[in-house]
Design a protein around this ligand. Structure first.
Ligand code: NAP
Length: 428
C-alpha cells in the first residue's frame, strides 16, 4: 500500500477555510472587506449566543444586542444585551430589554440585533416579537429565520405589521452553524448525529486487536485533537458508542472540559445482550453519579438478562430495552428513545461496526474526521464496516472545512444540511 501524502502534506500544513475557533466570524464571512455596522453588532450577538454552549439545549442558542443612536446622531451604542439560558427561561430579547431598562436606557427607537427570528408564540415565555414592539424598537436585524416550518416567518410578519424595519440574513451562516441540532430536531424530532472518528493516515480506526493491550485506549491523535474532541462532547447532549469499543478501550466518555453545562452529558452504550462488565469505567462512574437521573444509559435487546439489568440498575445505570433486528439494536429506535429524552445533538464515538451501521442507514448528519500521520496497515480495524475507506465518505460531504490540531489534520463536513434553504432571498 502506498500513500504519497499525509493530511498535513496534502494541505501543505496550512489550514483551509475556518482556521481555528479563534478566527473572527467577520473574517470568515467578509474576507478582507471591513465589516458593516450591522455585522459588528450581529457578531457581538453571536458571541453572546456562542457562550451558551451547553446551557441552552433543548432550546436554541440565541443572543441579542440592543443599540441606540445618541441624541444628535453619531455611532450607535449598545444599551442592553443578553443570551438565552434554558434555566433562566427569558429569551435573549427579554434579557437584553431588561438589561437596558435596568441601566436606565430608553428602548424607544432602538435597533435589536437577534441571531434567530424573534418568536411569535406563547411557549414557556410570551412572544418576543410582542415584547420588542411594546418596547418601541423601530428596527430589527435578524441573522436567520426560525427553522421550525410551523412558525418560520411569523415573528418577522408581526414586526413588519408593527412598522418595524426588518433586515434578515446578516451573518446568517455562522448563526445557523450554532443551532444545527435545534434546526434538525425541530423539523425531524430526532437528534442531529455527528460521527467523529480518529483515524490513521491509511484510514484505520485502531491497530489489530492481537497487537493491543485489552481495556486500554489507543490514542491515534495528539493532545490538541483530543482537546477538540472534548469540546465536541461539551457541545453535545449525548455521546454514543457500542459494546465493541467498551470492551477494547474501557472508555469514560465524559465531558472533561470543566465548562458549565445545564445537564450532564448522557453517555449511551449499545449493548444488545448486556455484556458490559460491571467493573468497566463507564459503570463505575455512573455508580458515583448520585442524583435522580443516570448519565449512563445502556440500550439492550429483548434477550438481555433481567438479572444483569437489575445489577446495572443497582449501580446507578439506566437500562432500556430497544427493538432489535437480526440480532442488532434498531438504530431508528435508538434515536427515537434519545429524542424522547430531549437529546438534540448526538456525538458518535464508535468502532467499525456502528460507524458502518449508522452510515449504511444514512443516519449520520455530519462527520468530523481527525487524521493522525501514523499508518496502521492492512490488518488494522477499518473505519466503518461496508466503507473501504473514510476518503470515500469525504466524497459525500459538503460544506467542508479543514483544520489542523498540532500534527493532526481534520476534515469536517455535512451529509445532510439540518437547515431549510437559506432565508437570504427574503431579505427586504
Ligand atoms: N479511532 C476512533 O475514533 C475509535 C473510536 C471508537 C472505537 N475505536 C476502536 O474500534 C474498535 C471497536 O470496534 P467495534 O466495531 O467492535 O465497536 P463498536 O462499533 O463501538 O461496537 C459494536 C457493537 O455494538 C453492538 N451493536 C448493537 N447494535 C448495533 C448495530 N445496530 N450495529 C452495529 N453494532 C451494534 C454490537 O455488539 P452486541 O451485539 O454485543 O450488542 C457490536 O458488536 C476498537 O479497536 C476501538 O479501539 C476507535
Amino acid at each position: 500500500m502506498a500513500y504519497i501524502f499525509t493530511p498535513s502534506r496534502l494541505w501543505g500544513g496550512v489550514p483551509i477555510g475556518i482556521k481555528s475557533r479563534k478566527l473572527d466570524i467577520l473574517e470568515v464571512m467578509s474576507g478582507n472587506a471591513p465589516p458593516t455596522q450591522d455585522e459588528v453588532f450581529m457578531q457581538r450577538a453571536l458571541k453572546l449566543a456562542t457562550e451558551t454552549i451547553g446551557l441552552a439545549s433543548p432550546n436554541p442558542q440565541v443572543g441579542c444586542v440592543l443599540t441606540q443612536t445618541p441624541l444628535g446622531g453619531g455611532t450607535p451604542k449598545i444599551i442592553g444585551e443578553g443570551a438565552h439560558l434554558y434555566d433562566n427561561r427569558d429569551h435573549a430579547e427579554i434579557v437584553a430589554l431588561k438589561q437596558a431598562a435596568a441601566r436606565g436606557f430608553s428602548t424607544k427607537g432602538a435597533t435589536a440585533y437577534v441571531t434567530l427570528e424573534p418568536c411569535s408564540h406563547h411557549g414557556r415565555t410570551g412572544p418576543c416579537a410582542d415584547a420588542l414592539i411594546a418596547a418601541g424598537v423601530t428596527r430589527c436585524v435578524i441573522a436567520t429565520a426560525d427553522p421550525n416550518p410551523l412558525v418560520s416567518g411569523q415573528g418577522i410578519q408581526k414586526l413588519h405589521a408593527a412598522n418595524i424595519a426588518v433586515t434578515l440574513g446578516v451573518l446568517e451562516q455562522p448563526a445557523r452553524n450554532l443551532n444545527d441540532a435545534f434546526a434538525h430536531f425541530i423539523q425531524h424530532r430526532t437528534p442531529f448525529v455527528t460521527l467523529k472518528a480518529a483515524l490513521s493516515v491509511d484510514g484505520k480506526l485502531a491497530p489489530p486487536p492481537a497487537t493491543r493491550y485489552p481495556n486500554r485506549p489507543f490514542w491515534l491523535t495528539g493532545p490538541a485533537a483530543r482537546h477538540e474532541v472534548q469540546l465536541l462532547r461539551h457541545a453535545s447532549d449525548a455521546v454514543l458508542t457500542g459494546l465493541g469499543t467498551v470492551l477494547a478501550d474501557d472508555p469514560q466518555l465524559t465531558d472533561r472540559t470543566a465548562l458549565p453545562r445545564r445537564r450532564p452529558l448522557l453517555r449511551v452504550i449499545l449493548d444488545t445482550h448486556l455484556r458490559i462488565p460491571l467493573t468497566s469505567q463507564l459503570v463505575r462512574s455512573a455508580a458515583s453519579a448520585s442524583g435522580s437521573q443516570s448519565d449512563l444509559l445502556i440500550l439492550c435487546g429483548s434477550l438481555a438478562s433481567p438479572a444483569k439489568a437489575a445489577a446495572l440498575g443497582a449501580l446507578g445505570v439506566e437500562v432500556e430495552q430497544i427493538p432489535d433486528h437480526a440480532g442488532r439494536l434498531s438504530l431508528p429506535a435508538v434515536l427515537a428513545s434519545l429524542a424522547e429524552r430531549d437529546i438534540l445533538s448526538l456525538l458518535l464515538e464508535c468502532g467499525s461496526h456502528l460507524n458502518g451501521s449508522f452510515l449504511r442507514q444514512n443516519l449520520a448528519d455530519k462527520a468530523v474526521l481527525l487524521y493522525a500521520e501514523t499508518e496502521l496497515g492492512d490488518q488494522a480495524i477499518p473505519f466503518a464496516q461496508g466503507f473501504p475507506s473514510p476518503y470515500l465518505l469525504e466524497r459525500f460531504l459538503h460544506r467542508i472545512t479543514r483544520t489542523t490540531y498540532g500534527p493532526d489534520a481534520s476534515i469536517t463536513g455535512y451529509l445532510h444540511d439540518p437547515w431549510p434553504p437559506t432565508s437570504l432571498q427574503t431579505n427586504p
